[in-house]
Design a protein around this ligand. Structure first.
Ligand SMILES: [Zn+2]
Length: 130
C-alpha cells in the first residue's frame, strides 16, 4: 500500500517553539543541546530535561536516523505511519514515515529527514526510508 499525501494539521508555535518552527521553514530540523551538561534532547526546551539547567540552545540535526518503532494507522481517511525515529544524535522523536510503501516499513530501517507542508502552518519534520 503506497502512502498517499494527507492533510497535515498546522503545528501551534509558541514562544518556546518559535525558533524551532522558524528553522523548520528553512528546512532545518533543530534539537535542543544543553551547554551545562552537554546532552541533547528533543523537542528543544528552554529548560534542559537532563539537568534542569537553562543553558539550552538549538543545534541542527543531521536528519539521519533509524526507525525505533512504528504503527500504521489504517483506519484514518488516508492511512499513514506514525513512528519513533532515533536520530543519529542519539535521541528519539515521534514523527511520521512518509513517501514509501506502508507495508514495507521495518524496525531498524534507516531513514532520512523530509519536511512536509502543513495546512496553513510551517512544514513538519517527517522521515522516509533511504
Ligand atoms: Zn543539561
Amino acid at each position: 500500500m503506497q502512502s498517499q499525501e494527507r492533510k497535515i494539521q498546522a503545528p501551534q508555535a509558541n514562544l518556546e517553539t518559535k525558533a524551532f518552527w522558524d528553522a523548520a521553514a528553512e528546512g532545518k530540523l533543530m534539537i535542543g543541546k544543553c551547554s551545562a551538561c552537554g546532552q541533547v534532547h528533543y523537542y528543544p526546551r528552554a529548560i534542559c530535561p537532563h539537568c534542569l539547567g537553562d543553558k539550552t540552545e538549538l543545534q541542527q540535526a543531521s536528519g539521519n536516523g533509524t526507525i525505533y518503532t512504528y504503527s500504521v494507522m489504517r483506519r484514518a481517511p488516508v492511512p499513514y505511519a506514525i513512528a519513533y525515529v532515533t536520530l543519529q544524535e542519539g535521541i528519539s522523536m515521534m514523527t511520521n514515515i512518509v513517501d514509501c510503501d506502508l507495508d514495507k516499513i521495518k524496525i531498524g530501517q534507516a531513514v532520512r529527514l523530509v519536511f512536509k507542508p502543513s495546512d496553513g502552518g510551517p512544514p513538519v519534520p517527517m522521515f522516509t526510508p533511504i
